[in-house]
Design a protein around this ligand. Structure first.
Ligand code: 5GP
Length: 202
C-alpha cells in the first residue's frame, strides 16, 4: 500500500526557531525538507541548493509563469516560493515532506492541498522573539523591526492552522511535531483505505 506522504507545513514568525526545529526533525524522522527558491541574497554560511535556491527576480517570476511553484509569497521585499516538482514527486512516493514557509504562502498551500498538516510555531512571547532575532546577528535593526511587525500580522492568522507549537526548547518543540505527525498518520481519514482492505477480509 503506497499511500501519499504527509505534507507538513511549518510556519511562524521569523526568529521563532523554525529552522533549528526542522534540523532536529530531519535527524529524528524520515521526513524530507523542500528547499525553497528565493530572491533574497544569501546570508553568511548559507549554501546554494541546501539553504535555498538563490535566484534573480526575473528567474523567480519566470518559474511562477511556468507554473513551477506550488506557492510563493513576497516577504519583506523578497520573493520566496516552493518548487512544485520536488514536493509532488516525494509525496507521490509516500514520503513525508516538510515546507518551512511564511503564513501567506502556507495559506495558499492549505487551499490547494486541504490535507496538508498546518503547524504554527511561536516563541513563548514577543520579547523572546525579538531577543532571538537580535541574538542571531544576521539582520540590521530596521530588518528586525520589519520582521517584528510582520510577526504581529502573522499571529492574526494562527487560528487558521491545525496545531500551535510553542518553541520554548527545541527538543520539546520537535517532540511535539513528531507527536502531531504520528497522530495524523493514525487519523481516520488516512486510515480509510486500510479499514476498507481489512473489511474485505471479513
Ligand atoms: P528568511 O529570509 O528568514 O530565510 O525567511 C523569511 C521567511 O520566508 C520565513 O518566515 C520563512 O519561513 C519564509 N519562507 C522560506 N521559504 C519560503 C517559501 O518557499 N515560501 C514562502 N511562502 N515562504 C518561505
Amino acid at each position: 500500500m503506497n499511500d501519499k506522504g504527509l505534507l507538513i507545513v511549518l510556519s511562524g514568525p521569523s526568529g521563532t526557531g523554525k529552522g533549528t526545529i526542522v534540523k532536529k526533525l530531519l535527524e529524528k524522522n524520515s521526513t524530507c525538507l523542500s528547499v525553497s527558491m528565493t530572491t533574497r541574497t544569501p546570508r553568511v554560511g548559507e549554501e546554494e541548493g541546501k539553504s535555498y535556491f538563490f535566484v534573480s527576480r526575473e528567474t523567480f517570476l519566470e518559474k511562477v509563469e511556468q507554473g513551477k511553484m506550488l506557492e510563493y509569497a513576497e516577504y519583506n521585499g523578497n520573493f520566496y516560493g516552493t518548487p512544485r516538482e520536488f514536493v509532488e514527486q516525494k509525496s507521490a512516493a509516500g514520503q513525508d515532506v516538510i515546507l518551512e514557509i511564511e503564513v501567506q504562502g502556507a495559506l495558499k498551500v492549505k487551499s490547494a492541498c486541504p490535507d496538508a498538516v498546518m503547524v504554527f510555531i511561536m516563541a513563548p512571547n514577543m520579547q523572546e522573539l525579538k531577543n532571538r532575532l537580535v541574538m542571531r546577528k544576521t539582520e540590521d535593526e530596521q530588518t528586525i523591526q520589519n520582521r517584528m511587525n510582520i510577526a504581529k500580522r502573522e499571529l492574526e492568522k494562527a487560528d487558521q492552522y491545525d496545531y500551535i507549537v510553542i518553541n520554548d526548547t527545541v527538543d520539546k518543540a520537535a517532540e511535539d511535531i513528531l507527536a502531531i505527525i504520528g497522530a495524523e498518520k493514525c487519523s481516520k481519514k488516512r486510515r480509510e483505505k486500510f479499514i476498507n482492505e481489512v473489511k474485505k477480509q471479513c
